[in-house]
Design a protein around this ligand. Sequence first.
Ligand SMILES: C[S@@+](CC[C@H](N)C(=O)[O-])C[C@H]1O[C@@H](n2cnc3c(N)ncnc32)[C@H](O)[C@@H]1O
Length: 306
Amino acid sequence: MPHDVTHDTLAAAATWGDALHQATAWLRDTAASDSPSLDAQVLLAHVTGASRPVLLAYPERQLTPEQAALYADLVSRRANREPVAYLTGHREFLGLDFLTDPRALIPRPETELLVEAALTELRARFEHAPTAVLIAADIGTGSGAVAASLASHEPRLARVYATDISPAALALATENTQRLGVSDRITFLQGDLLTPLPEPVDLLLANLPYVAERDAATLPPDVTRFEPHLALYSADDGLAHLRRFFADAPAHLRPGATLFLEFGYDQRDAVTALAHQSFPTGAVRIGTDYAGWDRYAIVHTSSAHS
Ligand SMILES: C[S@@+](CC[C@H](N)C(=O)[O-])C[C@H]1O[C@@H](n2cnc3c(N)ncnc32)[C@H](O)[C@@H]1O
């Protein structure tokens, strides 16, 4: 921390501008964040209730002593690497507001791409068969981001089953679907991978744990110290969950079903091989994330797409 910024000086900040200046310097100089200015703004917006543009437009506005004290606490926790989404309790995912806390993984932008691919597939299916009754499943639902955004953005989707082995994650996911008004079409099921599914589905989505424990040191402390390990790690080479998932998937699908799977940046070949093993006549398409890494697979299980 630079010698002139401390928890006490920040707690004594009188204006929005002074608070932002101090907090940005603190986060930058401790290298706690790749985006010190953004983090400082998001946390101050959370404390004051003002939007980020308003904060920047009125640096002379006053903070109450209570707001300044709360802000100093939050910035100090961020300097200790706690993720912003756990500090504010919110994260936007596909334009929707999700509650976030340590019961579940913070939803990531690359997972939005997985859901967008599934929405594209759903729209194509409804164009072809407008009255189709389509069923989806989200395996390892965590915060519920995948299941709830799918249901919210595609009201024609009849129902979504969302499973997780963690009752705590399912409790958070339930809160999220209630807030987003889609709980009537989502059924939460606790259990191992696909085991709880009560019927075969048309679309099967999963963002399962895929980090090998030996690679834990490559993850930032924001992740390893704060996010649930149950959401991160998979045995052996990180593929234990996906191996079991692919082995069981064929028994849980309607004819012509499509799978959408997220995986680690170096797992494309292994995942493609697992997909071909389970669906020898299917077709696999690989999608990239914003950085250009291969990060998800779309598996059309019928040969019609190959
Ligand atoms: C990488 S997180 C993904 C969370 C959420 N789908 C998302 O994309 O933000 C993986 C989730 O799988 C769950 N999980 C881990 N092992 C599981 C298992 N054997 N069966 C079902 N869910 C499991 C974890 O609790 C966690 O919520």
